[in-house]
Design a protein around this ligand. Sequence first.
Ligand code: NAD
Ligand code: UDP
Length: 336
Amino acid sequence: MNILVTGGAGYIGSHTCVALLEAGHTVIVADNLCNSKAETIDKIKQITNKEITFYQIDVTNEKALDTIFSDNLIDGIIHFAGLKAVGESVEKPLEYYYNNLVSTMVLSKACRKYGVKNFVFSSSATVYGDNTVPFVETIKLMPTTNPYGETKAMSERILTDIAKANPDWAVVLLRYFNPVGAHECGLIGEAPNGTPNNLMPYITKVAKGELKKLRIFGNDYPTVDGTGVRDYIHVMDLAEGHVAALNNLTEGVHIYNLGTGQGTSVLQLVKAFEEANAIEVPYEVVERRPGDIAACYADTSKASIELQCVAKRDLLAMCRDAWRFEKESLGRKDEN
Ligand code: NAD
Ligand code: UDP
């Protein structure tokens, strides 16, 4: 298939481009590089030895999309492009609602105009809010507490209504848990600008000596050791989940969790990282981070049964690959 990948230069998008190209699909990337770099496109080509068509455009720009859809015969789209920092979304709600919602709507309009009926959307486990674990796709979503989460829930709603009105569309809503790690070759990975907010990139910076110690946000949660529990999934397993979704496109709306089904605490992840890489990660326990929940992990039955999609890479592989990318990224421009 010819797949338009929005946000394909970003963290999850770039790994998915690799998985798509390796599965024999043709990839067209649309990315405005607001949180990524053009070099990543070259790295994807280097890893796969395949070509990619790249458009540096904003996907809220209808005219720019017209060019892409008229230049290419697109069979389906995977929409990753979006702003994703929860904290920033509280400070810049308008930017988040505009970018994340308008992109979804303008892309849907372009799909309708050019007869593209296959739409895969990057959603998030954040739509479940503070529910009872494991999260199964059918539970009632809890109101989220930040604009970022709202944009995911609203985009899901918009796409669901569009699919209802257009029964020949296949809409797949993929709810990601916590993607970590990097491609095994160390060429592409997660390279957040500035000090990382997320746990794994923070750990790798501490391991590298760029940050002094990890701050563990709370050890008084009702979890195995008191620290927060999340479902970490290797980014290549997540990427391959998109290939599985494309292999199983059917009309209607289909929602899948993409996680491992395993909950891991902050302390367990620190320990796994230290063991996988034989390196120490100094830490201190501090106050809980506002808005955090105790535990978040997936019920993965639906994706495993309907998509035959099961995460293959374990926690040690996630830690090893995250660290390899961090070590090999010396000299990257965005490092501080
Ligand atoms: P990322 O920031 O690395 O990638 C997003 C890409 O989209 C970037 O390359 C950015 O330049 C591009 N982009 C943003 N707005 C754009 C626009 N208007 N036009 C064109 N390009 C634009 O983020 P990621 O971690 O790869 O996340 C990809 C998607 O998955 C996002 O929608 C995110 O909300 C969702 N998601 C991510 C996580 C996570 O933990 N990383 C978890 C759940 C869901
Ligand atoms: N966390 C932490 N220190 C950090 C970053 C995160 O203790 O510097 C904890 C956080 O409280 C949560 C877990 O690690 O329990 C995962 O946080 P992350 O921000 O990576 O993902 P999310 O909260 O979005 O699931």
